[in-house]
Design a protein around this ligand. Structure first.
Ligand SMILES: C[S@@+](CC[C@H](N)C(=O)[O-])C[C@H]1O[C@@H](n2cnc3c(N)ncnc32)[C@H](O)[C@@H]1O
Length: 634
């Protein structure tokens, strides 16, 4: 049963790897005996060879007087045990020259299919030989064709070579990407740049963290412990929710003939130590942090609050984020301050457009009260087109005193005319129609009508907003699009976890301004944004962000840099995928061309990628041409 504890909101499965233990032909029962032993009940699975090592015996199997070469349950234990608890380790030796050993590899794979193992582990390092690699990939694809729900894990050490080999290998699995994962070995000798490697390696499916016994130290009480660096690595990786494997590379697990039992040696103490590490790997300080872990890497379609009526639970999620409303309150306070500076007795007309269930109205009321403005000196109204949310606004007005003199109007702001409601020109126009890419909830198209009704010194909050982007490498998420949504022509909203950014810096994309003296009808925009790479990499699209100036120096930002607004969780980044995994070399210039198009009925983005490298020379087709996969309806 997976290990769980109160401190951490997810559990971890723990297994043992005995693949270093050579299984001699008279010891085929050994793995089965381990699984059946009482001591094993804490563990979730066993990684073990499923055949004897002797290649000749396997090659010639079967012949006359032959002995069995595979582990077998001969009816005594259920087949679900193999399916749930055995991961077959294919022999390292067979992968040194695949061409010559294809026969035995296929025999082992066929037997894995026969006993329905949970997964298969392979150690392969021969990536420079492209013919061998090609054969390996074809062989494994053939296996996955008949076993589409199985996983193949490549054993990879935490080194540059491990990362590069795996990256190249995995990019060839295309449709089978979901079946391919990594068993990441935390070897005793760490490379100097292990932290850098870790940052990138987490983009892959890390199914297992494997800690060999030889990586443990012994403390003064004789108890196995890990070095500080090894501990940090494990703690960092636990957040990606892999399973954990203790590898018996020192051959400590032994059969005790006298007692007819299996002796696990120090493995139990290692188990206790690792569960202690897991328990303490992260402090979940508050409920929000706990909640966010469930959103990591989950693909969501962007909301369309203009076309759709948002549900109550969606509003509730917005309202969990106090930060946004606090900043709005600050901005409104400052605007009022500036307007009253010029004319102390000015009667203010304040409009909230797209009020939802009312939290921004509260921000406005707080700001007004903080200025001690008398009731007769301002008019406050709120426009909301969602009839269901409008009902909540009316309920607030009925039940809460502070809302009693707010005029609630059920209308579409694009057709709103204050004269029809006996309202003066608007001094402060407040809206929050922003998406993760700034303009993607059609704030520019919604607000343009209101400009004509602003008073001479009127101010719109927000005053401006911009989108930003940078290339991203997130193959696990990218392959999920294939598995789940099958749409590379749509952007997705994602709280990225398994992502790597070959270029840290973000670049500005589209810009919208709502100053009264500035044109704001630039609904169609195009940008060509180039990035120069300083190392070899792959990319699987680009990530998008936005920032907004609410008023003067009061800003909100979800950009991943020092501008990021602390504790702002209303918006996750947006992801624009590429059709293919795009290879880039050091010094290549990759250009992202992106257009925002408004045809009067809908708005959509088109994007493509161009690599200037002569030999790779990649120029992608245009994604989402004519809005075929995604558009925002006006
Ligand atoms: C992103 S939500 C923000 C809600 C609220 N201001 C908050 O922060 O909790 C945008 C709101 O604007 C409303 N809305 C969008 N387009 C609108 C339009 N053209 N006219 C009126 N309301 C609109 C939506 O129904 C939704 O309630």
């Amino acid at each position: 049963m997976p290990y769980s504890c109160q401190e951490i909101p997810y559990s971890i499965s723990i297994g043992i790897d005995i693949s270093k233990n050579e299984i001699k032909d008279n010891e085929l029962d050994f793995p089965i005996d381990i699984i059946k032993s009482n001591e094993f009940s804490n563990y979730d699975y066993l990684i073990t060879p499923i055949s004897i090592k002797d290649k000749n015996l396997r090659k010639n199997f079967p012949n006359e007087n032959t002995e069995p070469i595979f582990i077998d349950d001969y009816y005594s234990i259920s087949s679900s045990l193999f399916k749930n608890q055995i991961i077959a380790k294919l022999h390292d030796d067979d992968f040194n020259l695949i061409k010559d050993n294809l026969d035995v590899i296929n025999k082992d794979l066929d037997y894995c299919n026969h006993i329905s193992v949970k997964g298969i582990n392979i150690k392969y390092t021969n990536i420079k030989n492209s013919e061998e690699t090609f054969i390996l990939i074809q062989t494994l694809k053939n296996y996955l064709k008949i076993n589409p729900d199985r996983r193949i894990n490549f054993e990879v050490e935490l080194t540059n070579e491990g990362l590069n080999t795996y990256r190249k290998l995995v990019s060839s699995f295309e449709d089978y990407y979901q079946n391919i994962g990594m068993s990441l070995i935390i070897q005793k000798q760490l490379t100097e740049n292990f932290q850098e490697i870790l940052k990138e390696i987490i983009v892959f499916n890390i199914n297992y963290i494997t800690v060999p016994l030889s990586s443990f130290l012994v403390n003064k009480n004789g108890f196995p412990v890990l070095s500080h660096n090894h501990q940090e690595i494990c703690k960092f990786l636990f957040e990606f929710k892999p399973d954990l494997i203790i590898k018996d590379d020192l051959n400590v697990i032994k059969y005790n003939e006298e007692k007819n039992t299996i002796n696990f040696g120090p493995i139990k103490d290692c188990y206790i130590y690792l569960t202690y590490l897991f328990k303490s790997h992260k402090e979940f300080k508050d409920r929000t942090e706990d909640l966010l872990t469930f959103y990591y890497d989950v693909l969501q379609f962007p909301l369309q609050p203009l076309k759709d009526n948002l549900q109550s639970q969606v509003y509730q999620a917005f309202e969990e984020d106090n930060t946004k409303y606090k900043y709005y309150e600050k901005a409104i306070f400052k605007v009022i301050e500036d307007l009253l500076k010029d004319n102390k007795n000015m009667k203010l007309t304040i409009g909230i457009f797209g009020g939802g269930r009312g939290p921004i109205i509260r921000s406005v009321i707080n700001a007004i009260n903080n200025h001690n403005i008398e009731k007769g000196n301002y008019i406050l109204f709120c426009v909301e087109k969602n009839l269901n949310a409008f009902n909540t606004l009316l309920t607030l007005k009925k039940n809460e005193d502070i809302f009693s003199n707010v005029k609630m109007i059920n209308a579409d702001m694009r057709k709103f005319n204050p004269n029809n409601y006996n309202l003066d020109k608007i001094d402060i126009c407040i809206s929050e129609l922003l998406g993760s890419f700034g303009d993607n909830e059609l704030s520019p198209e919604c607000l343009i009508n209101l400009k004509q009704y602003m008073s001479e010194k009127g101010i719109m909050i927000p005053q401006e907003y911009s989108s930003y982007l940078r290339p991203i490498y997130c193959p696990s998420i990218w392959s999920n699009i294939n598995a789940i949504k099958e749409n590379y022509n749509s952007p997705y909203i994602i709280l990225f976890k398994r992502a790597f950014y070959p270029i840290e810096k973000i670049e500005k994309c589209f810009e919208f301004k709502h100053y009264l003296n500035e044109k704001s009808d630039n609904f169609n925009q195009s940008k060509n944004i180039s990035f120069t790479f300083d190392k070899d990499s792959f990319i699987t699209g680009f990530a998008g962000y936005f920032d907004t100036i609410l008023y003067k120096d009061i800003k909100l930002s979800i950009c991943p840099n020092e501008q990021h607004t602390d504790k702002l969780i209303s918006w996750f980044p947006i992801y624009f995928p590429s059709y293919r995994q795009i290879q880039v070399k050091k010094n290549d210039i990759l250009t992202i061309n992106i257009s925002r198009i408004n045809d009067g009925k809908k708005v959509w983005y088109e994007w493509n990628f161009e690599n200037n490298n002569d030999s790779l020379g990649y120029n992608s087709i245009i994604h989402n041409l004519n809005g075929e996969g995604y558009s925002i309806i006006l």
